[in-house]
Write a protein that binds this ligand. Structure first.
Ligand SMILES: Nc1ncnc2c1ncn2[C@@H]1O[C@H](COP(=O)(O)OP(=O)(O)OP(=O)(O)O)[C@@H](O)[C@H]1O
Length: 258
């Protein structure tokens, strides 16, 4: 699905009742089958923007169009957050089919799709396990399978791997790219991690802060399979460095402000 973000603005009231412009003049498009990553310093409005695109927050100005229709909400949305809220009393299978139940899918469809997406995230054999019996990486996989199972028009991911250790994170990035290559869903992904952005994205949108605005959009001209191969290393490092130079000053300012 093609999503157009048109002139979006978001203002909040802070604790002292002052008006804060969190986002201003935000214009971009997520093309059909495109993986777009938002990066930027702490507090630049990444999560706010992701929530607006998902219809979870209302913009103060502007609109988001889905295939040309300003509906406020994408027709079918898959969401994966940093702390995936799995239902602790439900098994892996029951968590994965949750959205299908909500959609009123038949038991047979639930079984077929449940099996398919559990298999896709490599959790076959763990269908009857409960979330507390799983590692952090496995829980994130359940969350990804649950988001994919509703076959969303748009996949939103907000720092999905930031609570994982570095090795698990690398493995999950590889797995996500492999899953994405099979589903090719329009995706909006938020991360602090520039290497992760360069590894996953078709395009990286760099935001600046106070107010959050688009500083630069960088097209990552690397193949979506075998991106981590030696022959692409120099180009990946160049992109990473380019993006870091764009963020560096704002990140230092964010650090000073705490
Ligand atoms: N509900 C709210 N009420 C008031 N201000 C808010 C609210 N939500 C966000 N903000 C402010 O809007 C700005 C953007 O916040 P947001 O969480 O979107 O940034 P972010 O880039 O995702 O940050 P981080 O990288 O630290 O998660 C910040 O200044 C934040 O304090």
């Amino acid at each position: 699905m093609r999503i157009v973000v048109n002139n979006v603005e978001k203002r909040f009231m802070d604790a002292k009742k002052r008006d804060i412009t969190a986002l201003q003049n935000i214009n971009f498009t997520i093309e059909e089958q495109e993986f777009v990553v938002l990066v930027g310093p702490s507090g630049c409005g990444k999560s706010t923007l992701l929530n607006i695109v998902g219809g979870l927050l209302t913009p103060s100005g502007g609109e988001v169009y889905f295939e040309g229709v300003a509906s406020g909400k994408p027709p079918r949305l898959g969401i994966v957050f940093q702390e995936i809220a799995l239902f602790p009393w439900r098994t892996v299978y029951e968590n994965v089919i949750f959205g299908l139940e909500e959609q009123g899918a038949s038991k047979q469809v639930q079984r077929e799709k449940g099996k398919h997406f559990i298999d896709m995230v490599g959790l076959t054999g763990f269908e009857s396990a409960y979330p507390k019996q799983l590692s952090g990486g496995m829980r994130q996989r359940v969350g990804i399978a649950r988001a994919l199972a509703v076959e969303p028009d748009l996949l939103l991911m907000d720092e999905p791997f930031s609570a994982l250790d570095a090795q698990t994170r690398t493995l999950m990035q590889e797995e996500l790219l492999s899953i994405w290559n099979r589903t090719r869903l329009s995706t909006l992904y938020v991360t602090h991690n520039i290497q992760e952005a360069v590894y996953l994205a078709d395009r990286v949108i760099v935001l600046s802060r106070h107010p959050g605005q688009i500083k630069e959009v960088i097209h990552i001209d690397l193949p979506k399979t075998g991106r981590d191969q030696e022959q692409h290393r120099a180009a990946s490092e160049r992109y990473t460095n380019e993006i870091w130079q764009l963020i560096r000053h704002d990140a230092q300012e964010a650090l000073k402000e705490g």
